[in-house]
Design a protein around this ligand. Structure first.
Ligand code: DG2
Length: 251
């Protein structure tokens, strides 16, 4: 049996402010720093060992990984970074508050933008300051790989080649791998591993800073998966993610 651990970064400053983040490179909030330490502690106390780790080129995921590995005293394992593990690009929504956007466009529209599989949020233009083509970390990307917006289907399409060609062969060879990424880039992987339908993936919400363990057979088909930690708190955290685009009475 193979084991693979997925970890969404700890709470970012824009998660805290409830803003669409996407490829914006914001850092962890104080709570996010604590979540990152806690996830590393949980992994260590549960006896997990890793041979290598994979993350995006965004600092909220990179820092979470560093902190978790530090907690495990495994800062020396190889770390591989790829833009293909970046969060889904949220297009022109990047920077907007999710509740304010719901008040302006309606909850249902925000739910579609956040969770529909194939409907893209409004796109940036290449003239926009947020266009990734201006960022030196993406200078080697082909123009067609630079997103102006993405739906989850697009994220699956750019993530899967990296999974199939780079990460999956390592897992298959028995390497113990930790992937530290983002809400939607991990939803893309979970959709693929669990063969979820477009409808099922709509209901999938991944909380920040909680290790998600996959036990896989030799063909990398999931045998089971589970989150490490307090299950009631994890349920609440998943519900809180689902509610981020809702106009709740207290807001
Ligand atoms: C969040 C996910 O990404 O947002 O881009 O706003 O995982 O990097 O914090 P992350 C964002 P939702 O799709 O859950 O609204």
């Amino acid at each position: 049996m193979k084991k693979l651990v997925l970890l969404r970064h700890g709470e970012s400053t824009w998660n805290k402010e409830n803003r669409f983040t996407g490829w914006t490179d914001v850092d962890l909030s104080p709570k996010g720093l604590q979540e990152a330490s806690y996830s590393g502690r949980l992994l260590r106390e549960s006896g997990f060992e890793f041979d290598a780790a994979y993350t995006s080129v965004l600092k909220r995921a990179i820092r979470t990984l560093w902190i978790a590995l530090d907690e495990m005293d495994r800062m020396w394992i190889p770390i591989y970074l790829s833009w293909r593990l970046n969060e889904r690009h949220y297009g022109a929504l990047q920077g907007l508050n999710k509740v304010e956007t719901a008040l302006k466009y309606g909850e249902e529209q925000v739910r579609i933008w956040r969770r529909s599989y194939s409907i893209r949020p409004p796109a940036l233009t290449p003239e926009d300051d947020r266009y990734p083509g201006r960022d030196p970390r993406y200078r080697n990307l082909a123009p067609e790989d630079l997103p102006l917006t993405e739906c989850l289907e697009d994220t699956v399409a750019r993530f899967l080649p990296y999974w199939n060609e780079t990460v999956a062969p390592q897992v298959q060879a028995g390497q113990r791998i930790l992937i530290c990424a983002h809400g939607n880039s991990l939803r893309a992987l979970v959709k693929y591993l669990d063969n979820l339908s477009e409808q099922e993936v709509l209901e999938l919400n991944i909380p920040t800073g909680v290790p998600l363990v996959y036990e896989l057979d030799d063909n990398l088909k999931p045998i089971r998966n589970y989150y490490l930690g307090d299950q009631a708190k994890i349920e609440q955290a998943m519900q809180a993610v689902a509610n981020q685009g809702k106009i709740l009475p207290q807001q």
